[in-house]
Each structure stands twice: as C-alpha cells, then as structure tokens.
Ligand binder design. Sequence first.
Ligand SMILES: [Fe+2]
Length: 134
Amino acid sequence: MAYWAWDSSYDIGIEEIDNQHKRIVQYINELHGALVLNDKDAVKDIFLNIADYTLSHFSFEEKLMREAGYHMFAEHKSTHEAFISTIGKYKFAFDAGRDITGQLMAELQIWLTHHILHEDKDYKECVQKMLFSK
Ligand SMILES: [Fe+2]
C-alpha cells in the first residue's frame, strides 16, 4: 500500500495540474520506498527528481496564473519561492550527509496538501475561465 494515497479532494479540476500534483505524490511514495529499504543512493536520486519536478511544476502554474491575470499571482508566487528555499535547505543538509529524509517527506506532504487545498484551489476558477475561453 502506498505511503500517501491520492484523494479526490486534492483534485483542483485542471487536468494537467492534477496530473502534476499526482506525480509529486508518487515521488513522495517512491521516496518512502527508498527510505524503507535504506537505499541512500535512491533517496538522493528521488530527492533531486522531486526538486527538479517541483520547480518545473511551479513555473507551469505561474505561467497559467500570469496568463489568466490571477489577482493573487504575486502572493502565490512568493509561497512557491519560500518552498523552493526550503527545498534548498534540505539539499544542503543532504549534501552535508545529514539524514533528513523522514523530515523532508513529512514536510512535503503537509506543505503540498495545504498548498493544493488552499492556494491552488483559489486560482482554479480564474485559470479555468482563461483555458475555456481559448
Ligand atoms: Fe501552487
């Protein structure tokens, strides 16, 4: 059984965004699997993939919000930036040889759940309107 199962309440209703969020959840499950096996190389690879993927996911969301003229764009972008700096701190800890995988997984899960349910759901209507008018 997966460490973290996708729940339909996380769907924001924009397919591409939902698929990207699901991919991040899948990465967190992969991270959990590597942690259980105590496979440090896999943990590192998966962490780097999560960091990369999250960056491109944020850029994708920001592009849509900007195009849609979303009124909270700047605030939303700054929550992304804050999270990018958190990921940077984890990367630093990783590189220093500290075992922070469990903490990272928990923080990713809490942050992502909150972010999807609140900030991402908030831009949904505005972005959907823009996508449907194309
Ligand atoms: Fe977001």
